[in-house]
Design a protein around this ligand. Structure first.
Ligand code: PMV
Length: 315
């Protein structure tokens, strides 16, 4: 029996993070330069029904039966088994590798889940549909932070730019004119749960203020959608700048993110903003393709630990 291998990309949120948790639209796109990979293969020496799980990047080497039920990998595996009604699979080994930095807003958790769910369901002979894959990955996202919007598992499952509204059917974006984004990593690890929890507390304290910010971010996402579908990506720059200002007012930026955003603008960016939960992690920059090297160098010189240049394309 062969090995079953599946990969899933990272992602960036182009517009609308945080507001999306409160029902506003957001736009996200896959980042194929980084990936999570899952390999499932039979383990002829394993006890019947046993699953040996290895994820070297996080120092995990254990049997499924020994992991706590709420462990993200166990939750993903058990979700597949119960969806397929399998109680004792053939003894197998599952190996997870990933080039997506953890806790940096690039969707590493969701990408691991999606790759694992696809590889395991294929190994079991019944590959799950995209809808099922995304729904199971969403259950794992809830462990990372209690109130995920579902945008990460959606964009990573479909691996296409999406216009996303919580609880509504996925809308794949038509990107009329591809555009180029440079991603700059502050190198500061920022768990999504903390930023999302802080925003929730602040929203509860001053709901009118926060709802105005969320509404404004939602309107920006709508305008951005029109610009992307009409083939005017250059007009996204000012929208990114405005979205970053709103995220600052929500309290989720940081001195390091703000510094990289300013440096990017000085280096000729069309627009820049933090991307994802904030406080650390990544920021994104809209550029003319010819400026990719100079903007990346400016970010690195200003302290970015990694830069990725990616194209946003879509059908
Ligand atoms: O996982 P991150 O850091 O890209 O953040 C996800 C985006 C949030 O809007 C902050 C949370 C969510 O569930 O949508």
């Amino acid at each position: 029996m062969p090995a079953f291998i599946s990969s899933a990309p990272g992602k960036i949120i182009l517009f609308g993070e945080h507001a999306v948790v409160y029902g506003k639209p957001a736009i996200a796109a896959p980042v194929t330069q980084v990936t999570a990979r899952a390999i499932v293969q039979p383990d002829p020496r394993g006890a019947p029904g046993s699953m040996h799980i290895q994820a070297p990047a996080v120092g995990l080497d254990a049997f499924l039966a020994d992991l706590p039920g709420e462990h993200p990998l166990a939750t993903a595996v058990n979700g597949v088994l119960s969806t397929l009604g399998v109680s004792r699979p053939l003894a197998c080994s599952l190996r997870i590798t990933s080039t997506i930095p953890v806790a940096s807003g690039l969707g590493s958790g969701a990408a691991v889940s999606v790759a694992l769910i696809r590889a395991l369901s294929a190994f079991l002979g019944r590959p799950l549909s995209d809808e099922q894959v995304s729904a199971l990955a969403f259950e794992v996202e809830k462990l990372h932070h209690g109130t995920p919007s579902g945008i990460d598992n959606t964009v990573i499952t479909y691996a296409r730019p999406v216009y996303f509204v919580r609880g509504q059917p996925i809308e794949v974006l038509r990107v009329a004119q591809p555009f180029t984004i440079v991603i700059g990593d502050t190198g500061i690890s920022s768990p999504t749960a903390i930023a999302v929890g802080d925003v929730r507390r602040l929203w509860q304290q001053t709901p009118a203020y926060y709802e105005a910010l969320f509404n404004a971010a939602g309107q920006i996402a709508q305008q951005a959608r029109q610009a992307i579908e009409a083939g005017h990506p250059e007009t996204l720059g000012p929208l990114m700048d405005s979205n970053h200002a709103l995220l600052q007012q929500m309290g989720v930026s940081s001195p390091e993110l703000d510094h990289l955003v300013i440096v990017a603008r000085q280096a000729g960016a069309l627009g820049a903003k933090l991307s994802g939960a904030g406080r650390g992690g990544n920021m994104i920059v809209l550029i003319q393709p010819a400026n990719a090297t100079s903007v990346s160098e400016a970010l690195s010189n200003a302290g970015a630990v990694r830069t990725i240049t990616t194209q946003i394309i879509g059908r």
